[in-house]
Design a protein around this ligand. Structure first.
Ligand code: ATP
Ligand code: MG
Length: 327
């Protein structure tokens, strides 16, 4: 079986973008692949985090991912900070990553603009930590939204460089971008992607939002003045709503255009909101159960860390030996 590694940062409440771009598919992948899942908490501190909030977000995200169908009995699901090999390999890979490569990362450009008062070294070297996350487990595939494909590409370059310098050490990973929900945009600014760390909460639908909040956000979504539901260039707002609707209902663009022919944006937004609420309802119900049982969550992540540490340490030892460290 091919191995999959995937992670999400507990950097805020999980958004509909995270869900449609990534999480929605993770549960099903467990049937065909050998999956390892993580909460990438080390990555979150590239941006200032309030400690109590980070702890809260971590627990919440863990319970939510279980609610989305991650089965910790089949797939180890751990917290990145519990497995020191991530930080250890990241340092080594830093030394095999070029300054220029990191400078070209669009996420660094975006985030350093957004957090101009805190352009720290970690924000810059984030991609080599992400490379370590993936390469430690010799992952074949990394399911991500489209915003992360550049990082997986860099991971391949680092792996190839290391393999060439020594001998084959790392499996070359491929990004797995599933169609639908590749890139969910902000409801308030459809030219920007929906992000957990966005300050404009009206632009983001959170998986745990109350139904009335979801409805309100969709009703206020920015669209255009044409008032015709169809997919076209220059209609970023409507295109985004159509993508979301297609993703949660399984309908094609043609079906949607047909269903809303002659109807206004108000009706369409209402329908999108309702479809999202219905889609998220069972997840929210499961969340209420999981989140109330911290002892169970802890048991799951402890077991996960123990399992993956064996794989991670094996790779790390190999790397250390090749580099020339005395073991
Ligand atoms: P942050 O703003 O802190 O970076 P984020 O919302 O970008 O948070 P991440 O934890 O960085 O979330 O990414 C988790 C997963 O969600 C990744 O696979 C990423 O590709 C995917 N993802 C994030 N935003 C979107 C989006 N708007 N559309 C589709 N997929 C997304
Ligand atoms: Mg992100």
């Amino acid at each position: 079986k091919k191995r999959i590694f995937s992670a999400i940062q507990p950097s805020g409440s999980v958004t509909l973008g995270n869900y449609l771009g990534a999480l929605k598919n993770w549960a099903a992948l467990q049937d065909s692949y050998d999956c390892i899942f993580a909460l990438a908490d080390l990555h979150t501190i590239t941006v200032r985090q309030e400690p109590a909030k980070l702890r809260h977000n971590t627990l919440e995200a863990y319970a939510l991912l279980l609610s989305c169908g991650i089965d910790p009995k089949r797939s180890p699901f751990f917290l990145q900070s519990h497995v020191p090999a991530h930080s250890q390999l990241a340092w080594i890979l830093d030394c095999y990553t070029q300054f220029g490569e990191l400078q070209r990362m669009t996420q660094f450009k975006d985030k350093s603009q957004k957090h101009a008062d805190n352009i720290n070294a970690g924000l810059f070297t984030y991609p080599s930590l992400m490379a370590a996350d993936i390469l430690l487990y010799q992952a074949d595939l990394v399911p991500v939204g489209e915003d992360q494909t550049q990082h997986v590409e860099l991971t391949r370059n680092i792996a190839e460089r290391f393999n060439n310098a020594y001998s084959p050490t790392f499996t070359m990973p491929d990004a797995l971008v599933l169609k639908g929900g590749r890139r969910v945009m902000s409801l308030q600014d459809p030219t920007r992607k929906m992000s957990k760390s966005d300050e404009n909460v009206n632009g983001c639908v959170y998986v745990l939002d109350k139904p009335e909040d979801i409805m309100r956000k969709f009703k206020r979504a920015i669209t255009d003045s044409e008032a015709k539901v169809h997919y076209a260039e220059g209609k970023a707002g409507i295109n985004n709503l159509m993508d979301i609707y297609a993703c949660v209902t399984g309908k094609s663009y043609e079906e949607i255009e047909h269903d809303f022919d002659g109807k206004g944006y108000g009706d369409f937004k209402q329908a999108v909101g309702e479809a999202v609420v219905e889609h998220l309802r069972p997840i929210q119900e499961r969340f209420a159960q999981y989140s109330s049982d911290k002892a169970y969550l802890q048991q799951c992540w402890d077991a996960g860390a123990e399992q993956v540490s064996r794989i991670a340490n094996r790779t790390l030892q190999k790397v250390m030996k090749k580099v020339g460290f005395v073991l």
